[in-house]
Design a binder for this molecule. Structure first.
Ligand code: NAP
Ligand code: MG
Length: 501
């Protein structure tokens, strides 16, 4: 191992892209954010071997802003040939410069990425909201700071792998293929790239088709950070591009986050190969609310559990199970609270619920709204006005549903909550566990013993108590049953990128 230092670069603490005055970063203002604060290119090429390169077939696809239906930019469509080029670049970096680097220098690069993300946070937040439709308050306060936090956290492990796994000899896997969804674009990228690099791997990542903008801005950041060429490669494209990564012979590990359906296809393709894999898939989280809970606090928790990010959250609490004697009161309070939620412009700092990510997802959620009614549910939707253009859905409650209804069993991935009641803790546990998924759940009660009893009985990778949707880089995340295989985050997430001999 050579004593190579991190390269000196021309990196300056503000982005070459930025027209912003960073002194005023995040200063309080009621004014909406604006795309005028961000320079978006007309089109983005692929990021391979440290350079932006044209796609072999010279084909590009449009990305739209789902709140206005206007084109944001265009991304390159990577073919098999392009994926192969990216894998070769990643292999070359893995065999050479990146593996030769001493681990603390590797850590320094990852720290540098983390700091640069913080410095460019405002641009990334605006881009995330424009390209994906999420409220700026969420991209600003959750997505981007958390993405930086994952890089900081994993940077710290880079030179301590032997302490993390005592008695083992941790070795990098090699080239990792990573495929991410559209609901938390930059954050899912951080969950994947940060631990992979900390362990000494190189990566080829494909962002989702509808939200590739922050991944390409991240590629620019990687270039500015002076990371050795080929350590991070980003290829844009549709599902086929993802499949080319999965099936490439010279990839050592696949890390996928997305739907259970695509996860199953990937698992089949990988069967019989020696590629390692982790799959983070869908969910249908239950929120169990007991009569002894502080009700107003619980109602706030439920609103956050399901309407955060338009309900486009794999671990969303999309099924409320409420104890029978308080059910009417809770439903009334929920309806009152729904009326106060503001649905609209993602760049407006007051917006609670932004745009549905794409036309496809908008149609999908609407078809579930029709299905619920056909299944006999009572539907309640808030009465707020929504913008005319773009894809917006008012926050929705389904009451009078039963366990076998499809709206209770299937992941809707939109701002839609089903409400059921229960009498005993055992009945609540039985209902909570009775879906194909097992990703997340929540319990609201005043009694620690109940939290322990119910929490231990839930077949869920994550259980929150008297809160919901809290994330931290140190804690593992992942699912049981059809919610996936393996864990990301914390030490579990680190071990998924290592051979531990
Ligand atoms: P998706 O349709 O499965 O797509 C995920 C990614 O896979 C996208 O980049 C997609 O490309 C790509 N892809 C599509 N078909 C592929 C194939 N045959 N082979 C390889 N890659 C392929 O999921 P999504 O609609 O983007 O995301 C929503 C889902 O993700 C939900 O089910 C949600 O619960 C889940 N999710 C899970 C977690 C978790 O940690 N468990 C976190 C977030 C989201 P295109 O964009 O071009 O289709
Ligand atoms: Mg878009």
């Amino acid at each position: 191992m050579s004593e190579t230092k991190t390269k000196e670069t021309t990196y300056k603490p503000t982005s070459p892209n930025s027209k912003l005055d960073f002194a005023s970063l995040w200063e309080y203002s009621e004014a909406p954010e604006s795309s005028a604060n961000l320079e978006i290119k007309d089109k983005y090429d692929l990021f391979i071997g440290g350079k932006f390169v044209k796609p072999s077939k010279d084909r590009y696809f449009k990305s739209i802003n789902p709140s206005s239906n206007e084109e944001v930019t265009q991304f390159a469509e990577a073919t098999q040939k392009d994926v192969d080029k990216a894998v070769k670049a990643a292999r070359k970096a893995f065999k050479g410069e990146w593996s030769d680097l001493n681990p603390s220098s590797r850590g320094k690069y990852i720290y540098r990425i983390a700091r640069m993300l913080q410095e460019r946070a405002r641009e990334f937040a605006i881009a995330e909201s424009i390209d994906g439709g999420k409220p700026i308050r969420e991209s600003r306060d959750v997505d981007i700071p958390l993405a930086a936090a994952y890089f900081f956290y994993y940077a710290g492990w880079a030179d301590k792998l032997e302490y993390a796994f005592p008695g083992k000899k941790p070795e990098a896997l090699g080239v990792c293929g990573q495929i991410i969804p559209w609901n938390f674009p930059l954050l899912m990228l951080a969950w994947k790239i940060a631990p992979a690099l900390a362990c000494g791997n190189t990566v080829v990542l494909k962002p989702a088709e509808t939200t590739s903008l922050t991944a390409m801005m991240f590629a620019e950041l990687v270039k500015d950070a002076g990371l050795p060429d080929g350590v991070v490669n980003i290829v844009t494209g549709a599902g086929q591009t993802g499949a080319e990564i999965v099936n490439h012979k010279d990839i050592d590990k696949i890390a996928f986050t997305g739907s259970t359906n695509v996860g199953k296809i990937i698992q089949k393709s990988l069967a019989g190969t020696d590629k390692k894999y982790t799959l983070e898939l869908g969910g249908k989280g239950a929120l169990i609310l007991f009569e002894d809970a502080p009700i107003d606090q619980a109602v706030e928790g439920i609103i956050n559990a399901i309407y955060f990010n338009q309900g486009h959250v794999c671990c969303a609490g999309s099924r409320l199970l409420v104890q029978e004697n308080i059910a009417d009161k809770v439903i009334m309070k929920l309806k009152d609270r729904l009326e106060t939620l503001i649905v609209g412009d993602p760049l407006d700092k007051n917006t609670d619920i932004g745009a549905i990510n794409s036309k496809e997802q908008f149609d999908r959620v609407n078809s579930y709204l029709e299905l619920g009614v056909e299944e006999g549910a009572e539907v309640y939707q808030s009465k707020c006005s929504v913008p005319e253009n773009g894809y917006f859905i008012r926050p929705t409650l389904f009451t009078n549903v039963s366990q076998s209804n499809r709206v209770v069993q299937e992941e809707i991935f939109g701002p839609v909550l089903t409400v059921q009641s229960f009498r005993t803790a055992d009945e609540a546990i039985e209902k909570a566990n009775n879906t194909p998924f097992g990703l997340a759940g929540g319990v609201w009660t005043d009694k620690g013993s109940k939290i322990f009893k119910v929490g231990s009985a839930l077949r869920s990778g994550v259980v929150w108590a008297n809160t919901y949707n809290k994330f931290d880089p140190t804690s593992p995340f992942g699912g049981y049953k059809e919610s996936g295989v393996g864990r990301e985050g914390g030490l579990h997430g680190l071990s998924a990128y290592l051979n531990l001999k």
